[in-house]
Design a protein around this ligand. Structure first.
Ligand code: BTN
Length: 233
């Protein structure tokens, strides 16, 4: 469903899920009036400049493994952008960067219960010619990276195919193939990071998806969770 305007495609996905919408339902919007980012932040994009999409998933995964979908989604976004000519890299857990600047963000929210629902929200900066204020140094768009105006519908189709592929891979083969691809696309491993109060060198992605950060004394396991949508309201 492609909407001209919505509060948040995430909220709309949960609304549709409540009405029994099927697995794989996609909500796309030209503009959001209350776009949501990770850690309670907002996500703003001028009308028509970005690909804003949320996918409804009823994953065939145990609840503790739902957060692994964010790694699969990051791989899918990075590969889609790479195919479109952007040198995309993944920053833990699922920011997608180009030349060290953020080009796409991914937000997973869940509603757990007898049959968990996950909303996988993806925002990709496509057509922005520049960014204001402190974003100027931290954000980029596909246009700024390639000099080309990518077609949103075409990119969406490519993205949906990649997400479906990596999601199925996770559900049927476990994390190993996703982890291998995530590591190959990672901008994080080997660099110094500061996450959840831990500063050190990111050494590896553990087989269960935790980031292993070495502060010189201890190797810390950093785990990325999926916030419960209902609890966040
Ligand atoms: C982040 O903070 O990096 C995650 C940003 C996720 C933004 C996308 S845009 C489509 C979907 N709808 C939302 O309200 N948020 C996500």
């Amino acid at each position: 469903m492609w909407l001209a305007e919505v509060d948040s495609t995430q909220a709309h996905v949960f609304h549709l899920a409540g009405e029994g919408a099927p697995d794989g339902t996609a909500v796309i919007a030209d503009v959001q009036t209350a776009g949501r980012g990770r850690r309670g932040r907002t996500w703003q994009a001028e009308a028509g400049t970005s690909l804003l999409v949320s996918l409804l998933m009823r994953p065939r995964l145990p609840t503790p493994q739902l957060s692994l979908l964010s790694l699969a989604a990051a791989v899918a976004v990075a590969e889609t952008l790479t195919d479109a000519g952007v040198s995309a890299r993944i920053k833990w857990p699922n920011d997608v960067l180009a030349r060290g600047r953020k080009i796409a963000g991914i937000l997973l929210e869940s509603r757990v219960g007898a049959a968990p629902v996950v909303a996988v929200g993806i925002g990709i900066n496509l057509l922005q010619r520049g960014f204001d204020g402190d974003l100027e140094a931290r954000a980029t768009s596909a246009y700024l990276e390639t000099g080309r105006t990518l077609d949103r519908a075409e990119l969406l189709m490519a993205l949906l195919a990649r997400v479906a592929r990596w999601r199925t891979c996770l559900e049927t083969e476990g994390l190993a193939p996703v982890r291998q691809r995530w590591l190959a696309l990672s901008d994080t491993i080997g660099s110094v990071v500061s996450i959840d109060g831990v500063t050190g060198v990111a050494r590896d992605l553990a087989p269960d998806g935790a980031l292993l950060v070495d502060d010189g004394t201890t190797v810390h396991r950093i785990v990325s969770g999926v916030p419960d949508h209902a609890a966040g309201r």
